[in-house]
Ligand binder design. Structure first.
Ligand code: PHE
Length: 337
């Protein structure tokens, strides 16, 4: 028989028996029979090779190698399959390395908010929530902001045109400050009060590296007997120190908010050369008029309130220079936190 035909026959027979081997022992017997180093059939065929003529040699040699490779591979495959019966049956191979799945993580601002709540919680402040779609009463009236106040200008707020019509309860707007939650809390609970409320606020500002039309504020409110501005300043300083990990100076600049009296802008600085004051929010003593409008007795209780920019703090701590990065949805940025 010509050597090529013999190799063909060898290949077919070997592949057939390999496929039919039902367990590793049977497969090993097939291996010895066909590829065994001493008496395997391939060994016999190899000796034939020596006898073919010069012209035929390259063709037969090539086919010999091909057959050897193919039969060896088939043996290996079958062995793997028999070693893992579940896979052979088309099931799940639990011994394979797993498909790596990359875990996501909290957005840096959400991490910040989480930490804010944690820190303020240690000072005895519980977290309260309020709606982002507000009515004019909670966003303005109850906060002493009358109808003719410029803060109510439609150009400075995101009014929801259709909402009032749909609910019949007057115009609605995206809240422009978290101070709304002060009112919602005081409407429900009696003093003493110690709450924070962290969340989104909306203002039609021109967007740049430090301004956004949507940002986050942390509102703080503490009402009780003889609460003073000294406590306000201390709470702000302790809070900033806990979050930033180093001490800060807190500076109050006289200012005006309709719902606090006196009112201040809050600036922060720290001991680094050439560090200017950084404005972090507004604060003040809750206006007696606001206290009495929610049924508190301004002669018996007093309180402070503050509103801080969450992004400001987070940017300061991590050296983030552009507020737009928070909403850029860029994983290169997000992965760093
Ligand atoms: N709500 C004010 C603002 O958004 C900040 C503030 C909060 C001022 C509480 C006084 C008291 O600008």
């Amino acid at each position: 028989m010509d050597p090529i035909a013999q190799l063909d026959e060898f290949e077919q027979a070997a592949l057939h028996e390999i496929a039919a081997a039902a367990d590793p022992t049977a497969l090993e017997a097939v291996r010895v029979k066909y590829l065994g180093a001493r008496q395997g059939r391939l060994k016999e065929l190899q000796s034939l090779l020596g006898k073919v003529g010069k012209d035929e040699k390259p063709v037969v040699g090539k086919r010999f190698n091909e057959v050897k490779t193919r039969v060896t591979a088939a043996l290996d495959d079958r062995k793997r399959a028999l070693d893992r019966p579940a896979v052979a049956a088309g099931g799940l191979d639990v011994t394979l390395p797993g498909t790596p799945c990359s875990l996501g993580r909290r957005h840096p601002l959400m991490q910040t908010i989480h930490e804010f709540k944690d820190i303020m919680g240690r000072f005895g402040f519980t977290a309260a929530d309020g709606p982002e779609i507000e009515d004019e009463f909670h966003n303005f009236e109850a906060l002493n902001i009358p109808l003719d106040h410029p803060a109510r200008d439609p150009l400075d707020n995101f009014y929801l045109a259709a909402a009032g019509v749909a609910t019949g309860s007057g115009p609605k707007l995206l809240r422009s400050q978290t101070s709304t939650v002060q009112i919602r809390v005081m409407e429900k609970v009696r003093p003493p009060v110690r709450i924070i409320s962290v969340g989104r606020v909306y203002r039609p500002d021109t967007i740049d590296a430090t301004h956004s039309c949507m940002f986050h504020q942390m509102e703080g409110l503490m009402v009780g007997e003889s609460v003073t501005m000294a406590e306000l300043k201390t709470v702000l300083r302790l809070f900033a120190r806990a979050y930033l990990g180093h001490d800060v100076h807190i500076r109050f600049r006289p200012s005006f908010f309709p719902f606090t009296e006196p009112s201040v802008e809050v600036d922060m600085s720290w001991n680094e050369p050439n560090k200017p004051w950084l404005e972090i929010g507004g604060a003040g003593m809750v206006d007696p008029h606001v206290l009495s409008s929610v049924g508190y007795d301004p002669d018996r209780v007093s309180g402070f309130a503050f509103g801080l920019g969450v992004e400001r703090f987070c940017m300061r701590r991590y050296g983030i220079r552009d507020i737009r990065l928070f909403t850029s949805n860029d994983v290169r940025f997000l992965r760093q936190f």
